[in-house]
Design a protein around this ligand. Structure first.
Ligand SMILES: *[C@@H]1O[C@H](CO)[C@@H](O)[C@H](O)[C@H]1NC(C)=O
Length: 458
């Protein structure tokens, strides 16, 4: 009886929130803040070619540190990665890093695609810019600009395998992409802000300006993790710039969607879920899993500089902190494996490339500050995440993503979802884990978007 009454109360409040949304939000105009330390003078608009070139001094220092590491507490018997990274496996990785990982080879691979640096709003921003080459002489083949944004604890390393797929003709598609893949401010070779306030909406302004600097008036955008939040903000704040938004982490986290997720646990068909129940529910499983996996989030959102200092103190600490995420976020089942399932989807070289980006740029502290900026009350008060997204949207839902939401709930925020794909395999690091599946989904989404706009123009 009590349960029924509670459900009725919940349902009615859900309906009220759904049908009587709070008054229309105005799209705020964010200031073009200068985030750098030099406040005077006009910033240079120069676009400088860039190559990763880590000084020998930095590499020698790393070699020394890896050779003089401490002995870490052995993991408890039979716990695999359930207490965090297994130091037993960590030692394997650190040995490999010291003895077999060849940076000059890896650096050459990372330098294979053209990179640049340009100053946007006082910050040097690093990006890959790859134009398709050797295209067949097909007059109907269009080249479309696509901005790719990574997240934490990732980097542009995640895009190395998908870049060649997106810049070459794809079966049955009459377009290819020109890729712009930047490092987020404060990540890798992009400088971090020197004063507070650089959250995802402010990064959206930075990347709108980067695309403008490169001469793109309108473009496609794609992202996962923070990249998904930043691209969503770009679509909400600058819809006139964005032809289409493709996301591998579509999300809407308002009170109303939370309520509906709860209701959906008991009445899945009310939120349009008639199959694939376990992708979204029960909410209790999703909730407890989030609690278990989000401790890092709380500390980074509240004390980013403390955790950043601890983790940047040694390559071992940095690798432990970052690699644990690449295990669990690929699949939570990996926690039960002694090797964390790390090499199921990645090579140790690839994983260490990403750790190297954080190490050589010493950017873990500036990277984790994004959590604090995006979750403080001043930023929440802007209510950017409540703005509707009215551009054509494609959501790729990977089965091992930490949080997946039904299309019906996402539609309360993304009003033009033209593609919602339940992907067959893969987790949080879609481009890194399943580049071909992701590329295919992006091509299909862009094809639909192009056809829609052609139909509108006709
Ligand atoms: C690392 O790779 C470079 C380039 O392939 C090669 O010249 C060098 O000998 C390698 N270093 C080691 C220690 O294997």
């Amino acid at each position: 009886m009590l349960k029924t009454t509670a459900m009725i109360a919940l349902l009615s409040s859900g309906l009220i929130i759904l049908f009587f949304p709070s008054k229309e939000l105005k799209v705020p105009t964010l200031p073009e803040t200068n985030w750098g330390s030099k406040k005077s003078g006009k910033e240079s608009t120069e676009i400088r070619p860039f190559k990763i070139d880590v000084p020998t001094k930095v590499l020698d220092d790393l070699k020394y540190r890896l050779a003089h590491r401490r002995t870490y507490a052995a993991p408890l018997e039979g716990v695999a990665w359930t207490y965090g990274i297994s130091t037993k496996y960590l030692n394997t990785v650190l040995d490999y890093w010291r003895d077999n990982y060849n940076w000059s080879e890896r650096q050459a691979l990372l330098n294979k695609y053209p990179q640049f640096i340009t100053n946007i709003q006082g910050l040097d921003i690093h990006f890959y810019h790859i134009k398709p080459t050797n295209l067949p002489k097909d007059k109907n083949l269009k080249v479309l600009p696509l901005l790719l944004l990574h997240g934490w604890p990732g980097s542009v390393v995640e895009f190395q395998k998908i870049i060649p797929m997106l810049t070459k003709p794809w079966p049955n598609q009459n377009f290819v992409f020109e890729i712009i893949a930047p490092s987020l401010p404060g990540y890798g070779f992009s400088k971090g802000a020197v004063r507070p306030g650089m959250a995802t909406a402010q990064m959206a302004v930075i990347f709108k300006n980067l695309m403008h600097r490169l001469g793109f008036e309108k473009f496609y955008i794609q992202g996962g993790d923070w990249g998904a939040l930043i691209t969503a903000n770009m679509a909400a704040l600058f819809p006139e710039k964005v032809i289409g938004l493709h996301s591998n982490m579509c999300s809407t986290l308002t009170g109303s969607t939370f309520l509906w997720s709860f209701i959906g646990t008991y009445f899945p068909s009310l939120v349009g879920v008639n199959e694939h129940y376990s992708r979204y529910f029960p909410l209790s499983r999703v909730f407890f899993n989030l609690i278990e996996e989000s401790g890092y989030f709380h500390i980074q959102a509240t004390k980013p500089d403390t955790i950043g200092t601890a983790v940047s103190a040694s390559p071992d600490a940095l690798a432990a902190y970052i690699l644990e995420k690449f295990s669990t976020w690929t699949s939570t089942a990996n926690k039960e494996r002694d090797d964390g399932g790390l090499t199921e989807k990645f090579t140790l070289d690839e994983l260490l490339d990403n750790v190297m980006i954080y190490w050589v740029s010493n950017s873990i502290t500036t990277s984790v500050r994004l959590y604090a900026e995006n979750f403080n009350s001043a930023y929440r008060a802007l209510k950017i995440e409540e703005l509707p997204i009215n551009v054509p949207t494609g959501c790729a839902v990977f089965p091992n993503e930490l949080l997946s939401q039904p299309e019906s709930l996402l539609k309360s925020r993304y009003t033009k979802i033209i593609q919602y794909s339940l992907m067959s395999r893969g987790g949080h690091f879609a481009a890194f884990e399943e580049p071909k599946l992701l590329a295919d989904d992006i091509f299909n989404f862009v094809k639909k978007t192009e056809e829609l706009s052609a139909a509108k123009a006709a």
